[in-house]
Design a protein around this ligand. Structure first.
Ligand code: TYD
Ligand code: MG
Length: 460
């Protein structure tokens, strides 16, 4: 009998070849070919395929769906999921190895197990290891099941018997089937495994979590190809040296992708941090130049962060620049604006920028606080602890209005900031602040410099 037809596909550009190639002849990538099986049914052609009975319907007449959401017991995860775990949905949780994916999913078993039957499938750890971890994390409940298995069909068989409402696959890269000849972890196997559980979720109304490992370079041959197949893609981020962990939704068919969830890894697993701003503020150093507080919106939540800059005389002809937590090119642009519009000589200096706490500032409103941290760094003038700034900076040095001003001001006031530098345009009659809080509207970056120089003389 003739076996299935096999082709080799370049994972970078999609070129197909009947033979394995070491280097792609189209895009030049090395070692990028994966084996793929082609399933065709030669008896069906476009002429004799028969007519489909699927009919288009009017949008106005479609029934509204009702999503059944289950709380996971982790408010921060629910927030990212859009309010809880949706039945019949498939969520891909990706992140670097060791970041805490297994820990998080094991922790939510407890709460989900109260109302649902949960099956945790592990292809990575032994039963003993998982039992130990579950004991340590305090996982209790009679409807939480564990299966250590890597064969897709064996897992599906067990699912058919057990009929779980929630299935956790840890991880999708360890799953494989004998039906395909490629090795576990190859794109074909990963896709096959994911497809099997997507079908399971849709046919049985179960919610499925797929864990996917990625590496730092983003060379995530596995999980990346799954992103368009699943309902939600969550990224677990954080530095291993730092105990804070952030979950971000990259895609979510049942909610917003702007929300983030913040956790801290401790001795007893992950702990939620519902007020990340407080943590950042508590760790701020006092009376050092180069530091400024800013506020960015993450979905509906304003988060206060601290920006630190270090501007030091360069020993090279061109200064070195690094940025952690903020877009490098945007930092260079802000430096250029400060050089050109205000004559500050950054080119003679090395500039290091860091956002404390591991939050990424990817919103233009961070511009003003970054510019102020840079000015403070180069002039060595300390910005008072009770000052916070937000605003977008344009190429001619103008400060532009930002969105959600009420939320930002409220959060700043809640955390004890009493001087708020904000775009002039954002100061309206409806913007109310309690007594003792000073709103300082600016319309260009030059006014900020004047303000900083006059104020810091009082401070010192
Ligand atoms: P893990 O969930 O196994 O990561 P992943 O599944 O993403 O690969 O978490 C691994 C790390 O978390 C490990 O280095 C130990 C640490 N950890 C704690 O610090 N405290 C804990 O209570 C647990 C369970 C893990
Ligand atoms: Mg794991």
């Amino acid at each position: 009998m003739k076996g299935p037809k096999i082709v080799f596909v370049c994972r970078e550009c999609g070129k197909t070849s009947p033979k394995w190639l070491g280097k792609c002849t189209d895009c030049g990538a090395w070692n990028s070919f994966d084996e793929e099986e082609i399933r065709e049914n030669p008896k069906i052609t476009s002429i004799n395929r028969g007519r489909s009975t699927n009919k288009a319907e009017k949008f106005s007449e479609l029934a509204l769906p009702t999503y059944m959401r289950t709380k996971t017991g982790m408010g921060e995860l629910d927030r990212v999921l859009g309010g809880g775990l949706v039945d019949s949905s498939v969520v891909l949780l990706s992140g670097e190895p060791g970041i805490g994916k297994s820990t998080l999913l094991l922790q939510i078993c407890s709460e989900l197990g109260k109302t649902r039957k949960v099956l945790y499938v592990s292809g990575e750890e032994s039963k003993g290891q998982l039992k130990l971890r579950a004991e340590r994390l305090g996982i209790l409940g009679d409807s939480i099941y564990l299966l250590t298995e890597t064969d897709i069909d064996a897992v599906l068989d067990e699912c058919a018997d057990l009929k779980p409402d929630v299935v956790i696959i840890d991880s999708v890269q360890t799953l494989s089937t004998m039906r395909l000849s490629s090795v576990p972890g190859s794109i074909t196997q990963v896709r096959e495994g994911a497809m099997a559980f997507i079908n399971y979720a849709k046919n049985n109304g179960a919610a499925v979590f797929l864990v996917g490992h990625v590496n730092k370079e983003g060379g995530i041959s596995g999980p990346k190809v799954l992103e368009h197949m699943v309902d939600a893609v969550l990224y677990f981020e954080g530095e291993r040296t730092n105990s804070y962990r952030i979950i971000r939704a990259i895609k979510n068919r049942f909610g917003s992708t702007n929300e983030i969830g913040v956790f801290e890894m401790g001795d007893r697993g992950l702990i939620e941090i519902p007020n990340p701003s407080e943590v950042v503020i508590a760790e701020r150093p006092k009376n050092t130049s180069g530091s400024c507080a800013g506020c960015v919106m993450q979905g509906t939540r304003p988060i206060i962060s601290e920006i630190q800059s270090l501007v030091a005389k360069s020993v090279y002809a061109t200064g070195k620049r690094t940025s952690d937590g903020f877009d490098y090119n945007r930092m260079c642009l802000l430096i250029a604006v400060l050089e050109k519009r205000m004559g500050l000589k950054f080119y003679e200096n090395d500039v290091y920028l860091n956002v404390a706490g591991g939050i990424r500032l990817d919103e233009p409103s961070a511009d003003l606080s970054i510019a102020m941290a840079l000015i403070s760094g180069i002039t060595d003038r300390v910005i008072p602890d009770n000052l916070i700034a937000f605003g977008e900076i344009g190429l001619s040095g103008e400060v532009r209005a930002v969105s959600h001003i009420d939320y930002r001001v409220k959060e700043a006031v809640r955390l004890g900031f009493t001087k708020i530098i904000l775009p002039n345009k954002n100061i309206t009659k409806t913007l109310k602040v309690p007594e003792g809080v000073e709103l300082c509207g600016v319309s260009n970056i030059y006014q900020v410099l004047v303000y900083m120089i006059s104020k810091s003389d009082e401070q010192v």
